[in-house]
Design a protein around this ligand. Structure first.
Ligand SMILES: [Zn+2]
Length: 147
């Protein structure tokens, strides 16, 4: 399939209720939830603009990039098809502003795959914003501050 025909095929899909429930349950299993219950998480999720907190990429834009194969990864859908373990980039991800604290209304934002993967558990939201603006400057200053 060529990229041109993929372009015609792309249609934005929201995350389903079942997917959200599975995400919630896996965090619950790992004891990382501070949302009182599933409904509480869903209410929070529905209210969020589907835009990356860090870079401003929309969920639909991210989805189009991975579905059309404009960028590829072993974690992205392959040839426009989503499979188990191959859906990164399709939907914005729930990111913990402070990765040391559990998932809660106050500690969560939506982030694109690119930012969330980059931020990892290395940065909190504040530091990541600075890092994001100028990586080298941030790292240099980190060393300077800690001389
Ligand atoms: Zn982003």
């Amino acid at each position: 399939m060529t990229k041109e025909s993929n372009k015609l095929d792309f249609k934005y899909r929201q995350k389903t209720h079942n997917q959200l429930k599975a995400n919630y349950n896996s965090r619950e299993k790992k004891n990382l939830n501070d949302f009182a219950h599933l409904e509480d998480f869903l209410t929070w999720y529905i209210k969020q603009k589907k835009v990356c907190h860090y870079c401003g990429l929309t969920e639909s834009q991210s989805q189009e990039i991975v579905i059309r194969g404009l960028l590829t990864s072993n974690r992205f859908p392959q040839n426009g098809k989503i499979k188990q373990g191959k859906s990164r980039g399709m939907w914005l991800e729930v990111d913990r502003k402070n990765p040391m604290k559990p998932y809660s209304k106050n500690n969560c934002v939506l982030a694109c795959y690119f930012c969330n993967n980059d931020k990892s558990d290395v940065f909190d939201a504040e530091d990541y914003k600075h890092f994001f603006q100028n990586r080298f400057e941030f790292l240099k200053q980190l060393l300077e501050k800690n001389k």
